[in-house]
Design a protein around this ligand. Structure first.
Ligand code: NAD
Length: 491
């Protein structure tokens, strides 16, 4: 058993030791403590915000080239540390090692994209016109409170850190207590490449979150997490009207059209991955599958075949393993309650994949992946975000019906359409979602160059792409009048 590690808060460039620390267990072997994370107080959170606020006065005026150079140095450190970060992430989270490595890699890809594009995004635009000249500048906003979830702790923190710092803001980050260790190591590495106070980090639960989202010195909130938490955050931030990017829950529909080739094993494998990667604990996983009635029976048979081939449940460090344990017990209870409810209402639950080690399966927070057949559109298994290794499959009558079912949700994060491309594109355009993919889904179609985010209750704003950099700026219009002679200005 490896010795537990200790991580600390970072305030104004100093490692800050707290009185209270919370253990983080290994979901594969729950008796093993992977490490301890601090539980910061409201006062410590205020100190971190004050440090970021003070540092903003100078950091906002730093040269873009200096910011990029510092960020590139941080990227080099992260590249060297990728194997260690991935290993730690896998142990505290439960996701397989390949998945954890992928998370660090996509974080680095985004940080590099942000470095390559920030100068262009921040460039002043100047327009000559009848009344003189107008300059459209992009200013940094101020102190950003970044709050991240447990499912992709490193990538959903760096997705905020890189653009915020590169555009001249300072930050206080609060990772989730459910996977706080690897992201803290990563944040420390980045913070050490920047002047003290530019990137600060505190840990804790909702009370720390409330200070981060209500303190008048905070100018912007960048939050990824659940829709219900976002509602509390909006209330908490209302008194001081803060800027916000909210990346929230999803209940992403996959529409399988009548011209989808159920014998296309590669496409079927992509669909299975888009339902079960990271044990289904991804905001943008396909969480409801709607299949054209004419191919429903055959589809279900081929889908189960493909799922049984791909799904190997076991130790996250095992070579063959595709799915590890669920991150925490609450999540298992939530997913199980949705499955039980569907069963009680008459749905059929079919277990999928192979359990590679039954003793380990009993020991850890494991759940056997499943597919739910015969549920109704109004059932919680279809309407709620399961965020775990189960997926309902429902038939639809025709394209209009498919669209009606897919759009019947409070969420609108991503979605996918599977079938002949022109047909799929027609349907894709009519889905209410921030992203729609054709013949692929979830992270398999994710590209850091393009904006990502949700509509409806899946969020506000975008991350990634140039929009993901602009989200940390305010537009500042400066007019340089020649001889203004407008009729409504009295002489
Ligand atoms: P969560 O909302 O429970 O927690 C997210 C973060 O908010 C954690 O750091 C938590 O400590 C903090 N928090 C809790 N209460 C708070 C409060 N009152 N004020 C401020 N902060 C508070 O979410 P989670 O369980 O960590 O993550 C799962 C959810 O996140 C799912 O709904 C998933 O879909 C969503 N998610 C969305 C995206 C996206 O990009 N849209 C990405 C990943 C996860």
């Amino acid at each position: 058993m490896t010795e537990p590690i200790e991580i600390h808060a970072m305030i104004n460039g100093e490692t800050y030791k707290t009185e209270e620390n919370k253990p983080r267990e290994n979901p594969t072997h729950p008796d093993e403590i992977v490490g301890y994370a601090p539980v910061n107080t409201k006062e410590e959170t205020i100190q971190a915000i004050d440090a970021a606020h003070e540092t903003f006065k100078t950091w906002r005026r730093s040269e873009i080239s200096e910011r990029v150079e510092r960020m590139r140095n941080a990227i080099e450190k992260l590249k060297e540390e990728t194997p260690n970060l991935a290993e730690l992430l896998s142990r505290e989270h439960g996701k397989p090692l390949y998945d954890a490595e992928g998370e660090v890699t996509i974080s680095i890809m985004w940080m590099e994209y942000a470095c390559d594009n920030v100068e262009d995004v921040l460039k002043d635009q100047v327009e000559d016109h009848d009344n003189g000249r107008t300059l459209i500048a992009r200013d940094a906003i101020g102190v950003v409170s970044a709050i991240s979830p447990w499912n992709y702790p490193i990538s959903l923190s760096t997705i905020k850190i890189a653009p915020a710092l590169l555009t001249g803001n300072t930050m206080v980050l609060k990772p989730s207590p459910m996977a706080p260790l690897a992201v803290s190591k990563c944040t420390e590495m980045i913070a050490n490449e920047f002047p003290a106070g530019v990137l600060n980090m505190v840990h804790g639960e909702a009370d720390v979150g409330v200070e981060l989202t209500s303190n008048p010195k905070v100018a912007k909130i960048a939050f990824t997490g659940g829709t219900e938490t976002a509602k509390s955050i909006m209330k908490s931030a209302a008194d001081t009207i803060k800027q916000m990017t909210l990346e929230l829950g999803g209940n992403d529909a996959a529409i399988i059209l009548d011209d989808f080739d159920v014998h296309d094993e590669e496409a079927m494998r992509r669909l299975v991955i888009s339902n079960f990667l990271t044990a289904g604990q991804i905001c943008m996983i396909a969480k409801r599958i709607y299949v054209a009635k004419s191919i429903y029976e055959e589809f279900v048979e081929k889908y189960i075949e493909a799922a049984n081939k791909w799904i190997r449940v076991g130790d996250p460090f095992g070579d063959e393993v595709t799915i590890g344990p669920v991150n925490n017990k609450n999540q298992i209870e939530h997913v199980q309650s949705l499955i039980d409810d569907a069963k009680e209402k008459g749905a059929e639950v079919i277990k999928l994949g192979e359990i590679l080690d039954s003793d380990l399966f009993e020991e850890g927070y494991y759940m056997q992946p499943s597919v739910v057949l015969g549920a109704s559109q109004d059932d919680p298994i279809v309407q709620k975000e399961q965020f775990g290794p189960t997926v309902p499959i429902l038939p639809f009558e025709d394209d209009e019906h498919a669209l009606q079912l897919a759009n019947d949700s409070i969420y609108g994060l991503t979605s996918s359409v599977w079938g002949e491309e022109t047909h799929a594109l027609e349907i894709a355009k009519r889905i209410q979602a921030g992203t729609t993919m054709i013949n692929t889904a979830a992270v398999q179609g994710l590209d850091v160059r393009f904006p990502f985010g949700g509509v409806k209750q899946s969020g506000i704003g975008r991350e990634y792409g140039k929009e993901g950099l602009l989200a940390y700026t305010e537009t500042h219009v400066i007019n340089l009048p020649d001889e203004l002679d407008l009729p409504y200005i009295p002489k």
